[in-house]
Design a protein around this ligand. Structure first.
Ligand SMILES: Cc1cc2nc3c(=O)[nH]c(=O)nc-3n(C[C@H](O)[C@H](O)[C@H](O)COP(=O)(O)OP(=O)(O)OC[C@H]3O[C@@H](n4cnc5c(N)ncnc54)[C@H](O)[C@@H]3O)c2cc1C
Length: 326
């Protein structure tokens, strides 16, 4: 998303833009997402939820998001819901396909021939890097499932570091418990987002997450990633099975076992949606001379918790374009 938002805004500001895309379609993980672009309602809540994140970047996203959402609406991005229905957060839910469509219309169709690209006219031009972090590489390295676009390997981060950027390292990620491999169109619907009602047990039979699970269940997804095989069981008693949040997701379970005395256990795997480590940026999205970094290629926003990757992509994309075109 960040690259499209940056290109659209830069063109709006009168710049000539060349937009390069590694994948076979525009939209990246945004196209696969639920389309909820949000922030915490209170800044203090943001700090409580993501205490190890970069405070200045958090404030930037928090302060700029509402205007950025208005900008998207002005472009014609279709709204599905005017708020998040979560009292902790505020934002808007967009139709991801329509959102991608209007951004491409404003940004211009990307070029997909990045390997053969050797147009030296652009060598000195301001560079905005926005390649969606490294969920695919992290999943491969740690033996986890991928729940993102299939192209984000960290290429942009490597490029920005080679151009003089500084690393903002983090081994954390935003993830979900998934029932197994599913087609990307089912990434949202098949996620097993009811771990808070289950007993969480690893393959050694140990209850590995006895405490309270956060509202996003992102802490639980990362705890599952740390278990043998990056997988676990959710054990559900009769009361848990009767809950609508569980009943809605159970049809997507792939491996289940009846528990003695009633109840059910469901196999879940940790899956990576986006990574938290990346390139350090300032509040103008600058990483080095002539290099800006946007979206989840920029590291350190959500450390210790979970914040909207789409909000990070939208705000940093706009800020990068505005600064790079000055
Ligand atoms: C199923 C699912 C549901 C989600 N739901 C939500 C939600 O409701 N709310 C929310 O805030 N977030 C959500 N997310 C997360 C959100 O989609 C991401 O955080 C967000 O898209 C990150 O934006 P980005 O621009 O950094 O990366 P992306 O949107 O992934 O865009 C990165 C682009 O860079 C391209 N690329 C990679 N390498 C290169 C290269 N070398 N050269 C050129 N191009 C390259 C990729 O192909 C991709 O098109 C969800 C994600 C998924 C998968």
């Amino acid at each position: 998303m960040a690259g499209l938002a940056a290109a659209a805004r830069a063109r709006e500001l009168g710049a000539e833009v060349r937009l390069l895309e590694k994948g076979s379609r525009p939209g990246g993980s945004m196209l696969l997402s639920s389309g909820v672009i949000w922030r915490y309602a209170d800044f203090e809540e943001f700090r409580r939820q993501c205490p190890a994140g970069d405070e200045a970047l958090q404030r930037l996203v928090w302060e700029r998001l509402d205007d950025a959402l208005d900008w998207l609406e002005r472009l014609g991005a279709p709204i599905v819901a005017p708020d998040t229905e979560n009292p902790l957060t505020t934002g808007r839910r967009f139709d991801p396909r329509g959102l991608t469509g209007v951004l491409v219309e404003s940004a211009g169709e990307p070029r997909y021939d990045i390997e053969s690209d050797s147009d030296s006219q652009w060598n000195e031009a301001p560079l905005i890097v926005a390649t969606g972090g490294y969920p695919v590489r992290l999943a491969r390295e740690r033996g986890l499932l991928v729940r993102s676009n299939p192209w984000s390997e960290g290429d942009g981060i490597a490029l920005a570091l080679a151009r003089g950027g500084e690393e903002a390292p983090s081994d954390q990620f935003y993830g979900r418990a998934m029932p197994g491999l599913v087609p990307e169109e089912q990434f949202v619907v098949a996620s097993q987002l009811y771990g808070r009602f289950a007993r969480r047990v690893n393959d050694r039979g140990e209850e590995f997450f006895p405490g309270e699970v956060s509202w996003s269940e992102n802490d639980l997804a990362q705890a599952i990633a740390a278990q043998p095989g990056g997988r676990a069981w959710y054990e559900l008693d009769e009361a848990a099975l009767a809950r609508p949040e569980v009943a809605e997701k159970l049809p997507h379970a792939q491996e289940t076992e009846r528990l003695p005395g009633g109840g059910l256990r469901v196999r879940v795997y940790a899956a990576v949606t986006h990574t938290y480590g990346g390139v350090r940026i300032d509040t103008r999205a600058r990483a080095a001379d002539g290099v800006w970094v946007a979206g989840v290629d920029a590291g350190g926003l959500s450390n210790g918790g979970y914040a909207s990757g789409l909000a990070q992509a939208l705000v940093f994309g706009l800020v990068a374009a505005e600064d790079a075109t000055q």
